[in-house]
Write a protein that binds this ligand. Sequence first.
Ligand SMILES: Nc1ncnc2c1ncn2[C@@H]1O[C@H](COP(=O)(O)OP(=O)(O)OP(=O)(O)O)[C@@H](O)[C@H]1O
Length: 687
Amino acid sequence: CKHCPSDTFNDTLKFHKNCAWIVRGWAILGNFAPILTDGKQRAVLARLAALLCLLSPVFESGRVLVAPPSEPYARPSPDLSMLLLAQVSSLLACAVWESGVCAYGKKEKCNNDQDAKQLLLRMLKYFIPDTLYIVAAFSFLIFTVICESLIPLYQGKVIDMLKGDALESSFSYVIGQLALVSLGSSLFASLRGGLFMCILSRLNRRLKHKVFHNLLWHDVHFFEKNDPGEDLSSRLQRDVDKMGRTVAFNANAMVRSLVRTCLMFGVMLNLSWELTVLTCIEMPLMAVIQNTYIRLKKQIQDCHAKTEGLALQTLKWIRIVRSFKAEDDEARRYNEAVDEMRAVKIRSGTYSYIYGLTRRVVSLVLKVFMLVQARSLISSGRLTTGSLVTFFLYQSPISRSLMEILYSYGETVSTVQVISKVFGYLDGVSECDKDGELAPEKLEGSIVFQNVTFTYPSSLADKPALKSLSLEIQAGKMTALVGPSGSGKTTCISLLKRLYKPQEGMILLGGKPLHQYKHKYLHQKVVLVSQNLELFSGSLRYNIEYGLKDCPIDKVREAAKTATADAVFSELTDGYDTDLGGCGNSLSTGQQHCIALIRALVRDPQIIILDETTGKVDAKVWHAVLQKVLSAGGTVLVVAHNLKSVETADRIIFIRNGEVVEEGTHHELMAKRGRYNEFSQNRDYNS
Ligand SMILES: Nc1ncnc2c1ncn2[C@@H]1O[C@H](COP(=O)(O)OP(=O)(O)OP(=O)(O)O)[C@@H](O)[C@H]1O
């Protein structure tokens, strides 16, 4: 080494200065990292290391170029290739840091990326029926980009010809070419836009149809897990729209940017490879910062959704909130959600500031380098002024295009991940949906449960709702299922309606296994009048006839007469054609329950199941409906808490903890002084 003592001193001084810079950097990082990273500081360390690696060579290079050292430099010459080498080696160092030191959590990210790619592939498959449209749209897109990319080239040529030494004819020729490519780009852009809109609307229609159709065939358990209102239906509308739009728009943007980037790179490399390499330095750094910024934007969206959901839920159930005096709790929960959103917004704002600042500084530094380099290229005759203008006209769109590629890819993958739930709606259709063959003209209305064991899908395996339960409901008789809350009464009915499938045992209807009956036939013959109000938007008649084809109005009126509701319904503004609105709010609760009874009667049911309907309608109406079914030879199965209403039942089956405990008439069971008797003593008998 030829270092003299003063060189050694300067090197030591420089080393200490660098150390001081690093210490300051770490100190700044310590303060800013929590804001930027939500506590995950190692990620920031990685970014900072990348930044430090780049800053040093940029600073040193700038110093050498702007204020060259007065003494002759004994080490390798700081020419452009050396400067580029320094940048490239810095980038390599960053890459090593990112993939080596920051490998934590990468595996998980890898798996997520893998899943996201699979989801993306699955999504792309839904575009297959529109292949022809897509090929045409992308072809027009490529033509648009080619034309757009040629515009700056011709603009540069025109500038070079402005000096006046070019022939008039060649000047007009170049102007003509410029006009042609400009016109071409507009024309192809319009065709591409129209075709993409068409593809999107076709995809949207296809997807919505498929998702809704599949939703209708899902297990009941699926609807217990997913809120049909806020979750399923809003996902069906919003996510399906978003899914097609995001993939289509981003694929559009990606292809456009890719083609544009390749073309522009070709032209730029042709004009000056040195300036092109300098242009490329900016990209990776910007990509890293932008990725973080995009992630934060996603977090803001999630927070928005959470706050919106909270507000919606609270306001929807305001009566319950009020009656439980939970206003303060709800306000606190809402405030917490808003505070969380504010924290993410601050982080995102800080990032956006840093992003903007870094971008400007890096661009400025690079511009200086490029101008210095361009000057020497022009003076050596390797570049014209027009070519330089062309180069600069390409430079900013190419940066934008590269950013767009990164952004579109990231956006597509993350959106597909977010909306992947929609794919779940397309999978796992109910096991109960397989249709049987039986549809006898005459059905004997007896029901037998043979050692039925059933556990709800969401319950623990050792907590069955029904435990080897056996019971018999005789045809043409009224049977009541009675038992304490949670004993399994509703579960028996759900199994009878084939909403679930028992894990063990068998249910026989008219002596034949339940699953052998045709679905539609079964639900027409075995009709459930539920304890919940289930009215659809539409007319009164639509609600009564729901699911029936060609039901004459006379039949509807006759059923309504049995339920003593004909007079009331006929007096409505449009009689039976009166629109009930969203959920029948224009009717009293009793009248709404009457609709459910009439809906059952118009089906001429062989078996009618009344689930906790006593007390919801007038007792006279209730008995009239029972008599109507029984007199037609039908079977009545009543689930009731109100023991008074089932006193007259031909048979009472008392269930407890998913097992039949006692059976008999009311008098037999009372005389037995067993569980039923005890149960009736403990209840408000007349309630
Ligand atoms: N959808 C469900 N998912 C999981 N477990 C359920 C579900 N529905 C009911 N259960 C459980 O199954 C058992 C039987 O419930 P079921 O609704 O059949 O009782 P029930 O006798 O009808 O009660 P109630 O008279 O209160 O309506 C209970 O332990 C209950 O917690």
